[in-house]
Design a protein around this ligand. Structure first.
Ligand SMILES: Nc1nc2c(c(=O)[nH]1)N[C@H]1C(S)=C(S)[C@@H](COP(=O)(O)O)O[C@H]1N2
Ligand SMILES: [Mo]
Length: 268
């Protein structure tokens, strides 16, 4: 096994205890969710708005701003920038799980929990058929660098809703029924050389994307072609490149850098 290439996150950079953070996160997201009936939630996610932030949702967030800052840490949106502020050439970091060629017959594999039935296999066009969101934000690596980058793709929450994934009932994600959600999503590269676990609250965050574009062009191989995770509420380590398999679990999925001594959540 290779030695950790990334430095340990100093204690001073962990703003709150993980437990407290998670409590706040979970409470925050579900508190907002339970305040918004599902029909309204659908209307929010389908109505037009600027910069990929839906207008009614923005209104909800503004109305809750005071509360949001304290409790809704996971629903809080990370700052976004204009396209002209994005780096022309995005930095590349980390090749674990990318050392073999991209499989010619690449499809996204989604495993249903409890081994029920065949995995769902989806071509990249199935992701591209979902509403496209572009986002320019500051990507942060735990090693100490950050860069404003321009990504495009489908919201992971839209993907889960469309394919009715992430729930025990097999119905679409329903914020009125938090107990129906699996607690984690696991992601792996096709060769299983890199893998991460993501808490469901962060996965459902409106800025979390299944990304297939960087700077308006298809993502290149070193940046995670054909499909990668872009999850702005987490440090770079969780932004898995070249997704091969996705699965859902109440147990923490194994996580490459957590196994090498990092905090599991590495949230911002
Ligand atoms: N498959 C895979 N994904 C990965 C990594 C990796 O080594 N392999 N490194 C992570 C880390 S530490 C960072 S900072 C980002 C870097 O993404 P970039 O190369 O597009 O800048 O990818 C993340 N996703
Ligand atoms: Mo990183």
């Amino acid at each position: 096994m290779s030695q950790p290439k990334e430095p340990q996150l100093p204690e001073s950079e962990i703003p709150e205890s993980v437990a407290r953070r998670q409590l706040i996160k979970s409470f925050g997201w579900f508190a907002l969710a339970s305040a918004v009936p599902f029909g309204v939630y659908e209307w929010i996610t389908k109505s037009p708005g600027a910069q990929g932030i839906k207008r009614p949702l923005r209104k909800v967030l503004e109305a809750n701003e005071q509360v949001a800052r304290t409790y809704f840490s996971n629903t809080h949106l990370v700052p976004t920038f204009s396209v002209s502020e994005a780096a022309k050439k995005a930095r590349v970091n980390g090749y674990d799980g990318l050392k073999s060629p991209i499989p010619d017959d690449w499809q996204l594999q989604i495993d249903h929990p409890s081994g029920s039935g065949q995995p769902l296999m989806l071509p990249i066009d199935a992701i591209k058929a979902l509403p496209k969101h572009e986002m320019v934000y500051e990507f942060k690596c735990i090693e100490g660098w950050s860069q404003v980058q321009h990504w495009g793709g489908a919201r992971l929450s839209d993907f889960l809703a469309t394919y009715k994934l992430g729930t025990k009932s097999g119905n679409g994600p329903n914020p009125d029924n938090p107990a129906d959600f699996y607690k984690y999503i696991g992601l792996e590269t096709p060769d299983k050389g890199y893998y991460v676990g993501i808490d469901i609250e962060s996965a459902m965050h409106p800025q979390t994307l299944l990304a297939y574009e960087l700077n308006g062009q298809p993502i290149t191989a070193p940046h995670g072609a054909p499909l990668r995770l872009i999850i702005p509420v987490k440090y770079g380590v969780k932004n898995l490149k070249r997704i091969g398999r996705m699965f859902f679990s109440d147990e923490r999925p194994r996580d490459f850098w957590a196994e090498r001594g990092y905090d599991y959540y590495v949230g911002l």
